[in-house]
Design a binder for this molecule. Structure first.
Ligand code: NAP
Length: 320
């Protein structure tokens, strides 16, 4: 099969399409033939060698994809050969024609959800669900600011929060992004490049502030986030690309909580709960991954350039 291989850490050009042996399933394992592969910012950090987690070289990037079950190992009960699935992690890397997964990493892809959409499920929706409901413990009737709502995680957070009965305020940096987050369920859409957008946010609920913030760029926003929280508010740091200075008194005055999260830390039982909820939302149609761009697998380098550009409006996927 063909797969993207990285033999040394570096720029996007270190990703090369190569011929590698087809994976074979052992007991409890599943091989999936991929029809679409999701691209996430973290895959660029890992490829560059600057991320805390460094895979052994050479490696194939990626953890998100969708396709059909090709072969199963002994004892596999959750899926059948030929079934449509999305994957949530793989031991061989998702930027490939075939992947090897543990049975627990393979989830049914409901009819009506395309393979491209299935490739946009795992990291964005699992992160958004984890942040909203397992870390911030958001409940219906609360107000959430999805700070960076136009990208993969942000759109997932808007759809999940809206379906759960929260008042949703989303931000984007372009008019296209603002329109998209409104279409996806945000009650209010603000431009995070507008100098007055946090005053606008406070005006929405008469200066009470928001109960929950899902933060995609904490190094820019965390200090100001603490000034727009309601009493008892929670900020979940999902993304950060550097350091930030905060005034701890802004947290003290509000009994506020700053929560970190990273998807690989999720314990197996909570991960199973996350995918049960996502599966239900996909089947019911409340969760609808948005695809902004499709590129051939051979153009993984261009996808890595694109995913780090401003002006997000959904997911970039690779087609093998
Ligand atoms: P993405 O698709 O590239 O989206 C990035 C989002 O950040 C866009 O909505 C973008 O809006 C927004 N943004 C840009 N400037 C901003 C600003 N000044 N204030 C607020 N938002 C701003 O990325 P993603 O996949 O959604 O991931 C978002 C971040 O979370 C990334 O840093 C990623 O590495 C991280 N992440 C962490 C975890 C975890 O486990 N902790 C999991 C997944 C992702 P515009 O482009 O419209 O300006």
């Amino acid at each position: 099969m063909k797969a993207i291989r990285v033999h040394e850490f570096g720029g996007p050009e270190v990703m090369q399409l190569e011929e590698v042996p087809d994976p074979q399933p052992g007991a409890g394992q599943v091989v999936v033939r991929l029809h679409a592969i999701g691209v996430n910012p973290v895959e660029t950090y890992i490829r560059s060698g600057t991320y805390a987690m460094k895979p052994a070289l050479p490696y194939t990037p990626g953890s998100d994809a969708a396709g059909t079950v090709e072969t199963i190992g002994d004892g596999v009960k959750a899926v059948k050969v030929g079934e449509r699935v999305y994957i949530a992690g793989t031991s061989t890397g998702a930027y490939a024609e075939l992947v090897l997964c543990d049975e627990s990493q393979v989830h049914p892809l409901p009819e009506g959800v395309s393979f491209q959409q299935g490739a946009g499920v795992n990291t964005p929706y699992a992160t958004a669900y984890r942040a909203l409901f397992q870390r911030a413990r958001a409940v219906s009737g609360e107000t959430v600011l999805v700070h960076g709502a136009s990208g993969g995680v942000g759109i997932a957070a808007v759809q999940l929060a809206r379906a759960a009965g929260l008042t949703v305020i989303g931000t984007a940096g372009t008019s296209e992004g603002l329109q998209l987050i409104t279409e996806q369920g945000a009650h209010y859409a603000l431009n995070h490049h507008d100098p007055d957008y946090l005053q606008e946010l406070l005006a929405i609920n008469c200066a009470r502030g928001v109960d929950v913030i899902i933060e995609m760029l904490a190094n820019v926003n965390l200090g100001r986030d603490l000034t727009v929280l309601a009493k008892g508010g929670r900020v979940v740091v999902v993304g950060s690309r550097g350091k930030v200075e905060i005034n701890p008194r802004d947290a003290m005055a509000r009994d506020a909580t700053i929560l970190g999260m990273t998807l690989p830390n999720v314990p197996p039982t909570e991960l199973a709960a996350i995918h049960a909820a996502i599966g239900a939302g996909l089947a019911q149609g409340t969760l609808r991954p948005i695809i902004s761009r499709e590129l051939p697998l051979a153009e993984a380098a261009a996808a890595h350039e694109a995913v780090m550009q401003p002006g997000a409006h959904g997911k970039i996927v690779l087609i093998p």
